[in-house]
Design a protein around this ligand. Structure first.
Ligand code: PCA
Length: 208
């Protein structure tokens, strides 16, 4: 099985981005892994991703991004067709209230088994939770664009997005996870995806 993991370059004044550092630290077990760094730039990030998908046939694509302040590894369930940037991206773009893809559906669901992945992480002692929002910045933009590419051009592909916490060296006071734990989590998410055709039916919805 051919798997592509993408991570982002650093953004918002940070020197590192654990989404990329963890992606390249994954030691694949039982599958073939490619990694791709995406620029933290609206549209350009999707051009880079689209090019990778059109030049190689992958079975699974998982995009990963940093969610500073979150304590958990969070498989994302929903991508929305909305850009609403509170800060500029790395090229100075700050789209507000624009669609990721004009005239496309309002939202797409991940096709990863997000509940089975979260359960596998929890069983391994890694803090994890299903998330119902990837925000409205470049991560949601890439997640939505990825799922739109799956819907329109790569129907065989299983795809989704995972947000990961800061590493301890990035923060004094926010929650964080060691890079090795995040890399282990990504391998577990990939293996669970490859082993699971039907997601669990357990409740994970938040009340607010
Ligand atoms: N996190 C940002 C964009 C790049 C990243 O790693 C986000 O959550 O949108």
């Amino acid at each position: 099985m051919e798997v592509l993991l993408t991570g982002f370059e650093p953004f918002d004044g940070q020197r590192t981005n654990p989404s990329w550092d963890a992606a390249v630290a994954v030691r694949p077990t039982g599958y073939t892994l490619a990694t791709l760094q995406l620029p933290c730039v609206f549209d350009e990030s999707l051009r880079v991703l689209e090019n990778a998908l059109s030049t190689h046939r992958y079975d699974v694509v998982i995009s990963v991004g940093q969610a500073g302040g979150r304590p958990n590894i969070t498989p994302e369930r929903v991508a929305v067709n909305l850009n609403d940037a509170r800060i500029p991206d790395n090229a100075g773009n700050q789209p507000v209230d624009t669609p990721v893809v004009p005239h496309a559906p309002t939202a797409y669901f991940s096709t990863l088994p997000v509940k089975a992945c979260t359960a596998a992480l929890t069983a391994a002692g890694i803090p994890a939770a299903v998330s119902h929002t990837a925000g409205a910045f470049v991560c949601n933009h890439v997640f939505y664009g990825l799922m739109h590419l799956v819907a329109t051009e790569h129907p065989h592909l299983r795809a989704g997005f995972v947000h990961v916490p800061f590493t301890p060296d990035q923060t004094q006071d926010a929650p964080s996870l060691p890079l090795s734990t995040t890399a282990q989590a990504l391998d577990l998410i990939i293996r669970t995806t490859l082993e699971t055709s039907q997601d669990l039916h357990t409740p994970t919805g938040t009340l607010h």
